[in-house]
Design a protein. Structure first.
Length: 386
């Protein structure tokens, strides 16, 4: 069982898990006590966006918000008009834009972002239009992806818009509009819970820290991780990513404490897995093995976990092993286009063009947006020329 190099993008599972016993006790409650400014000299040179900068609108955005909601006969109609207009501008592949962590202004003008940045932009536009709006955390199963050789656990947020109500009217159960930029998540009807704007800002910083970790930019990663844990010390995933940064820079004791903090907060599985890495590095192989055994049992029926294992084997050129994991993922969930694409690329590497074509067609058939459909069709077109 391989140990992962990086865990978490921006959100987390809501479930609490019994904590694994460890050799060090957690008596640390202040975020400052786990910060290591002296080991990342110069981090302060990296400008971390303020809350105002993250959510600010420019004149064009203000005009857009007011124009698309003007003339609506009812508050809910105005909310729907805003949502349709945002989707109309969005030429996005949200599933594959995890590294597009941008402030509201840049998201609006670039028309590309991940779900969190799109939600931040829409939140700001809805506020400008006079609507009440809330962020919601979606309780997703562990959803793994690979990026530049790193394993990443993805979370998800969406929005709930409450139409602006007249103070002189009485409303019985006014309807709300839920906005989700991932169609697969929207159709899954998973449990949600409201999260504050301040926590979302901490998630944004944590995303930026993850980007910097992938790019081996330690000081930038520390600047954003530091901002994230100070913004919301209860965000477990910020402690996980900070622990990854500490481990990569030889601060093993501090990494262990950071992972334990995340376990204490949320029972974080990703923190446990990273803790197993520390145990293996420090001669505590039996404790590491116990953690991994527990996690493997918990993940046995998670299709995304098997997909992740397939991706790891694929990167190692272990084609047959990768195919086995992709097939297991499909047995557990036959609707995910990425699983079929995994089979297609593995069979291509093995020289089986017939099966490559078959699984590319299946991936295309299960696409949930035009971007993916066109991507798979272009690969099919290239395949026919071979």
């Amino acid at each position: 069982m391989k140990l992962f190099r990086l865990i978490l993008i921006f959100l987390f599972s809501a479930g609490m898990i019994a904590c694994t016993n460890t050799s060090k006790s957690i008596a640390v409650y202040s975020p400052q006590s786990l910060l290591m400014d002296e080991n990342f000299t110069g981090f302060e040179k990296f400008k971390v966006e303020s809350e105002h900068e993250v959510f600010a609108l420019d004149d064009e955005m203000m005009h857009f918000a007011e124009k698309v909601t003007a003339g609506a006969a009812e508050p809910k109609v105005a909310a729907r008009q805003l949502v349709r207009a945002v989707f109309g501008r969005a030429d996005l592949n949200l599933l594959y834009a995890n590294d597009a962590n941008t402030i509201a202004r840049d998201t609006f003008h670039n028309r590309a972002a991940n779900c969190l940045s799109m939600s931040i932009m829409t939140f700001a536009l809805a506020e400008q239009a006079g609507m009440q709006i809330e962020f919601q955390e979606v309780d997703v199963p562990e959803f793994w992806t690979r990026r530049d050789g790193y394993s990443m656990l993805n979370g998800h947020v969406n929005l709930r818009i409450f139409p602006k109500l007249s103070p002189n009217s009485i409303y019985f159960n006014p309807q709300t509009v839920e906005v989700d930029f991932d169609p697969q998540m929207a159709s899954a009807k998973l449990p949600t819970r409201t999260v504050t704007k301040q926590r979302v800002l901490a998630m944004f910083y944590n995303n930026k820290a993850a980007d910097a970790l992938v790019n081996n930019d330690a000081k930038r990663a520390y600047a954003y991780s530091r901002a994230s844990v100070l913004q919301d010390p209860s965000l477990a995933e910020a402690w996980v990513n900070l622990g990854v940064l500490y481990r990569q820079n030889g601060l093993l004791d501090e990494a262990e404490l950071s992972y334990q903090r995340a376990i204490q907060l949320e029972g974080s599985r990703s923190a446990k897995e990273n803790l197993a890495v520390i145990y293996n590095l420090t001669g505590r192989e039996k404790q590491a093995a116990l953690i991994m055994q527990e996690l493997e049992q918990q993940r046995a029926n998670n299709p995304y976990y098997h997909y992740l294992l397939g991706e790891q084997e694929y990167e190692l050129a272990h084609w047959r092993a990768a195919i086995g994991h992709y097939r297991r993922a499909i047995e557990l969930n036959r609707q995910q286009h990425e699983f079929y694409f995994g089979l297609a690329k593995a069979y291509y590497e093995m020289g089986d063009l017939a099966l490559t074509e078959r699984y590319l067609k299946l991936a295309k058939r299960r696409s949930v947006n035009d971007h993916d459909e066109h991507r798979y069709q272009s690969k099919l077109n290239l395949l026919t020329k071979l």
